[in-house]
Ligand binder design. Structure first.
Ligand code: NAP
Length: 316
């Protein structure tokens, strides 16, 4: 039953940051959900047809004080300041991933949301992919011996003109790689420990373009991850898991496809943001938050323990 059928009016939301993800995912997901009303958006220079647009969140909230929630779809470097402003104005907040530029910033956002009694959602979209929950159930009934992540894509295809990605706080390859870590931390019941990390940083960038991680759990699971932003031939977003008895599970297409012992058992459709907005609505109506920063902690640990190696300059 929708909130409207239950006699509740839709929640009013404003979008902050009108770039690729706002246009590709947030706007269609909000407009398709009768429990939400998209009131306005804001961005320093982008304007979208059919949406009342403002240059700043301050201007948007001043003009539309009835906005109850905001989704922060900006680059991570400016997220904490915007989240603080929104929470202090009493708004519920949906943080695009990663939740902030640092773990400390994310912690302060969570503390502030708790203090103001508003809902906070750290929006790990990949966790809403159709293969994730069945994979988690499969793993819960077994003991894994090894797990391998391959997350390799072409930055020029998926992030054209997004210079913030290779700036300090932009995470570089960890901008997509953190999606694999959001799935990993949902699949495994145990804490993931980073044991070794090689980070390849272009000589003209502040953030890595490739990375290889060795991780593990105290229970003895060995985890390896290969991340590459320069893959053009065989782009892939896959996780492979194996038990000591040789049973195999693979999640492909960023969480869309599930393979068990070499057979595709699920090949779903993209409904990540539909799931996120249903979840955000439910959290607000039940006065709860969902702010898990475990994927960020792994990236931060990789930076603490990692070896930084020079890579050729990145010219888009
Ligand atoms: P993007 O295309 O570069 O868009 C970011 C937008 O934020 C731009 O429109 C920019 O403004 C706006 N912005 C910057 N500072 C702002 C501020 N202070 N207030 C309001 N708006 C501001 O980047 P994106 O791909 O949409 O990514 C945004 C976030 O979503 C990132 O954290 C990314 O990791 C995450 N995400 C991206 C994808 C994807 O496939 N692209 C998928 C999932 C999640 P102007 O355009 O007006 O200059």
């Amino acid at each position: 039953m929708t909130a409207q059928q239950a006699g509740l009016r839709p929640l009013k939301i404003g979008l902050v940051g009108l770039g690729k993800i706002a246009v590709d995912q947030h706007i269609p997901a909000i407009r398709a959900n009768p429990n939400w009303e998209l009131v306005a958006g804001c961005s320093p220079s982008s304007r979208l047809p059919g949406l009342r647009c403002y240059q700043s969140m301050e201007a948007m909230l001043a003009e539309h004080p009835d906005i109850e929630a905001v989704a922060l779809c900006t680059p991570p470097q400016v997220r904490q300041a915007l989240a603080k402003q929104a929470i202090e104005a009493g708004k519920h907040v949906f943080l695009e991933k990663p939740p902030a530029a640092t773990v400390g910033e994310a912690d302060t956002i969570r503390e502030l949301a708790e203090a103001h009694g508003v809902t906070l959602l750290a929006g790990w979209h990949s966790r809403f992919s159709p293969a994730v929950e069945p994979a988690r159930e499969w793993i819960a009934q077994r003991t894994l011996s090894s797990l391998r992540i391959e997350w390799k894509e072409n930055v020029r295809e998926w992030h054209p003109g997004q210079h913030w990605i290779f700036a300090a706080g932009g995470s570089g390859i960890f901008d997509p790689a953190i999606n694999s870590l959001s799935i990993l931390t949902r699949l495994l019941p145990d804490t993931v420990i980073v044991r070794k990390a090689d980070m390849h940083v272009p000589v003209n960038c502040a953030a890595p373009i490739r990375a290889e991680l060795k991780m593990g759990t105290e229970a003895g699971l060995s985890i390896r991850a290969e991340y590459d932003f320069l893959e053009t031939e065989r782009q892939r977003w896959s996780i492979f898991a194996e038990t000591a008895d040789g049973e195999k599970l693979a999640v492909h297409k960023g969480g869309m496809m599930l393979e068990i012992d070499g057979k595709v058992v699920l090949d779903g459709v993209d409904a990540e943001y539909a799931g996120l907005y249903a979840h955000f609505h439910d959290l607000i109506r039940t006065r709860r938050s969902d702010a898990d920063f475990a994927p960020m902690r792994i990236v931060a640990d990789a930076c603490m323990i990692g070896t930084f190696l020079p890579a050729p300059a990145f010219i888009e």
